[in-house]
Design a protein around this ligand. Structure first.
Ligand SMILES: Cc1cc2nc3c(=O)[nH]c(=O)nc-3n(C[C@H](O)[C@H](O)[C@H](O)COP(=O)(O)OP(=O)(O)OC[C@H]3O[C@@H](n4cnc5c(N)ncnc54)[C@H](O)[C@@H]3O)c2cc1C
Length: 334
């Protein structure tokens, strides 16, 4: 097991104006002796570090430290971590690609479980087996190279396979529920379970995993034979469309609010109609290219991003009479 190992930065690490060490959150430093004590109580082949800045693990590139940050390598590690959490009374939170969360500047108390090491890729006939921690876009690209179609709508969407299942991610008119067949997970009692997908359990941007505490580690999807060059062309189109909407231009978590058919127009259009494009607080700003995306212009605090989000929600309520439902999740100590 690695203690205080270096975790590679997944999304780069821009200079941040709000360094947690200068804020009032130095209380987390008391955790270091605690971690040393915990080391004697746990045996995992993955890594466990203390005080890991969450800004390294979120696409917003903001967020204070996680008290404890673990990268399990197998299901035994997951069970060990959950046992430790239970015995020590620690709360725990699973992170995939960090592409749909806003972590507070004060960070996350307890244990964060990073699933990146679960990156299995296998296929048998029309079944694709994917580790839950694999970047979903890489999985789609690898499937397409092998002439396996069905998942290309997810190409170039940030985040992990597990996160896409948890969120029932939806892009270009398709949702994960349409292709998902099975999920293997560890439940909160440390039991290994298999879930067989039933479409009625899912809804728009809703999955049954949102109602349970689980750690998903493996998933299965239905795929079909397809021409790799046709798949590649479609994937290129999706990527170009995202680029035109500024998805890769600045750190963000994609759409802040869900769409709602009853509102008669996409949320971005509605927010645009009340002049919110470009609205800015500190270094957090509503994208100039898409009014439902908030970007970190460089050095934003999570609190600034949240303030922009709340302003958008309030404006939609006051000026349009619409209650927007947030898609981006708040994590950590607010
Ligand atoms: C530029 C950009 C564009 C985007 N476009 C889209 C889009 O078109 N459509 C769309 O739906 N979303 C979009 N998103 C949002 C995001 O990509 C998706 O919601 C994605 O599915 C999140 O996956 P993640 O692994 O990053 O999840 P995270 O943000 O890491 O976590 C989200 C939730 O899932 C849970 N979770 C993650 N992995 C596991 C696991 N293995 N076991 C248990 N729980 C888990 C977490 O605990 C958390 O509650 C976009 C984001 C960005 C930055």
């Amino acid at each position: 097991m690695v203690l205080y190992g270096v975790i590679p930065h997944r999304f780069g690490n821009r200079a941040r104006r709000h360094d947690w060490k200068h804020a009032d959150d130095f209380r987390y430093a008391t955790v270091v002796p605690t971690v040393n004590k915990l080391l004697n109580k746990i045996n995992i082949s993955g890594s466990l570090v203390a005080e890991e800045p969450m800004s390294r693990h979120t696409t917003f590139e903001v967020g204070g430290p996680a008290e404890l940050y673990a990268v399990p390598h197998n299901t035994d590690d997951i069970c060990e971590l959950l046992r430790l959490a239970e015995e020590e009374g620690l709360s725990w939170f699973v992170i995939g690609g960090g592409a749909n969360i806003l972590v507070s500047d004060r960070g996350i108390r307890g244990l964060v479980i990073d699933m990146r090491a679960f990156n299995r890729f296998e296929h048998h006939d029309d079944e694709l087996i994917l580790g839950a921690g694999m970047p979903v876009s890489d999985a789609v690209a690898a499937a397409a190279e092998r002439g396996l179609g069905g998942l290309e709508f997810l190409y170039s969407m940030p985040g992990s396979v597990g996160g896409a299942v948890w969120m029932n991610a939806r892009c270009y008119g398709h949702s994960v529920e349409e292709v998902l067949t099975e999920v293997r997970y560890v439940d909160e009692y440390r039991r290994l379970r298999t879930y067989t997908a039933e479409r009625h359990d899912f809804a728009y941007k809703r999955s049954p995993f949102q109602d349970r505490k689980t750690v998903m580690y493996e998933t299965r999807f239905r795929v079909h034979p397809a021409d790799p060059s046709e798949l590649a062309a479609r994937m290129r189109e999706y990527k170009e469309d995202r680029a035109s909407k500024g998805h890769f231009a600045a750190p963000s978590a994609g759409s802040v609010f869900k769409n709602n058919r009853a509102f008669g127009a996409p949320t971005g259009q509605l927010l645009d109609s009340i002049g919110l494009r470009g609205y800015q607080i500190g270094c957090a700003k509503v994208s100039d290219l898409h009014a439902n995306i908030v970007i970190n212009c460089g050095g934003a605090a999570a609190a600034e991003i949240r303030a922009v989000i709340e302003h958008m929600q309030q404006q939609a309520q006051d000026r349009l009479g619409l209650t927007l439902e947030r898609e981006v999740l708040y994590a950590g100590e607010w």
